[in-house]
Design a protein around this ligand. Sequence first.
Ligand code: SF4
Ligand code: SF4
Length: 239
Amino acid sequence: MLAACLLLCAGILYYAWLSFFNRDAGLVRYPLAAAVILVLSVLVVVGLGFIGMVISLLTFRPLRLFDNMVNITVSLLYPVVLWFGQRLRIAQDKIQSSFVEVNNQLVRARRQGRSIPPHRLLVLLPHCLQDSECPRRITVDAGNCVRCGCCPVGDLLALGERMGVHLRIASGGTLAREVVKSLRPEAIVAVACERDLTSGILDCNKLPVLGVTNYRPHGPCHNTRIELAAVEKAIKFFV
Ligand code: SF4
Ligand code: SF4
């Protein structure tokens, strides 16, 4: 992120220097200068957000003043970071996993010492946790699961009941967004792969989301697994 910030600043300043001091630029130089100042102002906000994020991660303290700036920074710089990663041949999964980890640490720093009633927490599970041979339509109603023990869904449902939280199984981002819209939770524990977690966290922007990554021993989107203790720990953190 820091590299992305510095590169963008350097590029804009270089462009400004070329256009503003170019003798042939004429009157065009003034709107150009205004545009450059505007973009630089956004970059200052992004820079402050970056500093706020690093301080928060290092000290494990919430910095409320910087919260909005951190959110803007993460949303704006994430695509640039992905682009950088591709150029440096860093696997996308690795960057997304790092993104989820940074997000989780920021959420823990911001929410420490604050709890919410269990019914205000939503646990979102992906449909790929279900055994691929299972005929039960659990995305329509999780109650259709008979908890046979062939996949982690039964244990997760039992955990949700024990903790008194809302638990839903979504077959995609659209359904997940609908559930969030209808239940209006105060916080979310989301289980998914790195890619889905990243887009979900970016979607929810202002809602605190703790992400738990699934395992994919049989490849993506098929009979995935989850560490039950990690989900329980994330639920306990909020409630
Ligand atoms: S626990 Fe059994 S019934 Fe429930 S979703 Fe998994 S395979 Fe289907
Ligand atoms: S592996 Fe990821 S993309 Fe595939 S279904 Fe599971 S959560 Fe969704």
